[in-house]
Design a protein around this ligand. Structure first.
Ligand SMILES: Cc1cc2nc3c(=O)[nH]c(=O)nc-3n(C[C@H](O)[C@H](O)[C@H](O)COP(=O)(O)OP(=O)(O)OC[C@H]3O[C@@H](n4cnc5c(N)ncnc54)[C@H](O)[C@@H]3O)c2cc1C
Length: 256
């Protein structure tokens, strides 16, 4: 989380910054991170822990008893361009894991489509813990016609979907058991998510969208592991000749 001066700098959807950490052992490096969310006073990014700067920062946080630490940084940017998707009849967002952070501001800033769907594939419960606030904003926006979360590893975890839907919702409510009570509260407050307990057949999902007779114009927008984006890209290109729709494919990725 970075402090932000509201009047001077407005994050844009799809924007990312290069971060320099002003420590003697890191200051010469800069790394790109996507602005996943912001409020009047803060910018929020989420980082997957790898072996370099992200591991150093994780260790610095874990060394503190309250599991928080403050460190001076320089931010360069912002970079990136905004995807304008208003002219598509259907937009299908497909995120894998942390890739949701690159799509969330794009979803929040594109609200004109007749149909827009989000497919989010996560391996375990943890992303629901750190992304619940942003997920609620997306859901509350009310412009997504469908939100499907595919939870690919249920091993050893307690997550249940009640048999009957709540009276005021036509879809399932997710009750998750997360590590913290805060998470429990937040996840169970998010309703109208379709929750699935298997790995999705993305090729089939893409193909089903593209062969609809009234498909019109479709945009597929992905961000996730390379293999996931590769699969979606191949699925789109395989169906191009069978589809009456005008189809565009957009891909964000976190490799550099
Ligand atoms: C546009 C964009 C947005 C991104 N947004 C996010 C985000 O929101 N969240 C997130 O978790 N990740 C994001 N990433 C990826 C993120 O920048 C990397 O995960 C991060 O830089 C990893 O840092 P690390 O040193 O811990 O990684 P490691 O890959 O473990 O690095 C190990 C070592 O290799 C060096 N190294 C790594 N990459 C390079 C390189 N390209 N050139 C030279 N040396 C290198 C490092 O300095 C380090 O010494 C984004 C990437 C891009 C391109």
């Amino acid at each position: 989380m970075f402090p932000r001066s509201k009047s001077k700098w407005k994050p844009k959807p799809g924007g990312y910054i290069f971060m320099y950490v002003l420590r003697y052992d890191l200051f010469w490096q800069s790394h790109p991170f996507t602005i996943a969310d912001f409020d009047d006073e803060h910018l929020i990014v989420y980082a997957a822990v790898k072996q370099g700067i992200t591991a150093v920062l994780k260790n610095a946080i874990e060394a503190q008893s309250e599991k928080e630490c403050t460190t001076p940084v320089l931010l360069e940017g912002q970079y990136g361009s905004r995807l304008r998707l208003g002219s598509y009849a259907t937009v299908v967002y497909i995120a894998g894991g942390l890739g949701i952070t690159a799509l969330s501001q794009t979803i929040l800033s594109n609200t004109e489509q007749k149909q827009s769907k989000l497919i989010w594939v996560i391996t375990d419960k943890y992303p629901l813990e750190w992304f619940s606030e942003q997920l609620r904003k997306i859901k509350d926006l009310g412009t997504l016609t469908q939100i499907d979360i595919y939870y690919t590893r249920t091993h050893g975890e307690s997550v249940k979907v009640p048999n009957s839907s709540p009276a005021n919702s036509s879809t399932k409510t997710l009750y998750g058991t997360c590590a913290s009570s805060q998470c429990n509260k937040e996840v169970s407050a998010i309703t109208a998510l379709n929750f699935h307990y298997y790995k999705p057949e993305l090729r089939l999902l893409v193909s089903n969208e593209m062969i609809k007779e009234d498909a019109g114009t479709i945009a597929f927008v992905t961000c996730g592991p390379g293999s996931m984006s590769d699969g979606v890209r191949v699925a789109v290109s395989d169906q191009l000749l069978n589809s009456v729709a005008r189809v565009d494919y957009f891909e964000e990725n976190y490799s550099w």
